[in-house]
Ligand binder design. Structure first.
Ligand SMILES: NC(=O)c1ccc[n+]([C@@H]2O[C@H](COP(=O)([O-])OP(=O)(O)OC[C@H]3O[C@@H](n4cnc5c(N)ncnc54)[C@H](O)[C@@H]3O)[C@@H](O)[C@H]2O)c1
Length: 266
């Protein structure tokens, strides 16, 4: 008999969270959606529920708070007894927009003006949240079952952001993004070695930019850096999620799977 797999996606109210959850449901897993934003959580829940009712559950949780994560883990332990798949996907992202109000001669997100408060806030979700979720949910993974953690990083876990892409917007890609995404790859490798004997494979997925009606000039500049000549469609990472979360990748652990249309090749 096939054992029932319980999976969990953080940032499940977001654009990619919906896709990851949909991929896991298509594989036959039960999926727990977690997000701090109740409105988007409910929206994605009802979108998925149309096709997969009784297999989806949702919890509003701030993953940057240890107490909340611990509390969620004990609720999940009571209800589901275990977890098999964890996708650490939540983050606070900067979206290139044309209309940002700025003081004369000022660029937004400059390193020199980057506040300590914002540094702490963004790291607390992207990096600390990934640490906390792995800490508590890794302990709900059973040694006698096959378990997987997938950490969502970015093509910017391999290269530095090209700030020229944002110059016409008088903006920079924030430093936190690079630090979080490189850090996620480090945490992935650490845990892959640390939990190998516990039957937990840990990999990261590093997507390239997804087209989501961003500023036109930005999109055209970015396309020129991508050998495939375009940004990704929103559903183009589902195959990678299915691969990483299934036995198709049974010998892969500690890997950073870069799926970026070739951007980091050149
Ligand atoms: N969109 C892209 O082009 C792209 C490219 C590469 C990597 N990524 C990565 O993919 C992941 C998802 O990106 P997305 O575009 O779907 O972003 P998104 O903003 O649509 O989704 C992120 C979700 O995380 C949630 N979140 C934020 N803080 C939280 C907290 N404290 N606790 C729980 N949930 C919280 C938000 O409410 C949101 O629903 C991110 O890690 C992002 O860095 C995105």
């Amino acid at each position: 008999m096939k054992t029932k797999k319980i999976s969990l996606v953080t940032g499940a109210g977001g654009m990619l969270g919906l896709q990851h959850a949909s991929a896991l449901l298509e594989m036959g897993n039960e999926v727990i959606l977690v997000d701090v934003n109740n409105y988007s959580l409910k929206k994605n829940f009802s979108l998925l529920n149309k096709k997969h009712s009784k297999k989806i559950f949702s919890y509003k949780v701030d993953i940057s708070k240890e107490k909340d994560v611990k509390n969620l883990a004990s609720k999940i332990k009571k209800k589901f007894k275990k977890i098999n798949i964890l996708i650490n996907n939540a983050a606070i992202d900067y979206i290139p927009k044309a209309k940002v109000k700025l003081k004369k001669n000022k660029f937004s997100n400059s390193f020199e003006d980057f506040s300590h408060t914002r540094w702490n806030k963004e790291l607390s979700v992207g990096l600390t949240g990934t640490f906390l979720m792995s800490k508590y949910f890794g302990q709900l993974m059973r040694k006698n079952e096959k378990n997987v953690i997938v950490n969502i990083s970015s093509d910017l876990s391999v290269i530095a952001p090209n700030q020229k892409l944002y110059s016409h917007l008088k903006s920079f890609k924030p430093v936190t993004y690079s630090v979080i995404k490189f850090g996620i790859v480090g945490l992935t490798k650490y845990l892959a070695a640390y939990w190998a004997k516990k039957n937990i494979r840990v990999n990261s997925l590093s997507p390239g930019g997804i087209y989501n009606f961003q500023d036109k000039v930005f999109v055209n500049k970015l396309k020129k850096e991508i050998p495939l000549g375009r940004m990704a469609a929103v559903d183009e990472y589902k195959g990678s999620i299915k691969y990483l979360c299934s036995e198709e990748s049974s010998y892969m652990t500690g890997h950073n799977l870069v799926v970026d249309g070739g951007r980091t090749l050149i």
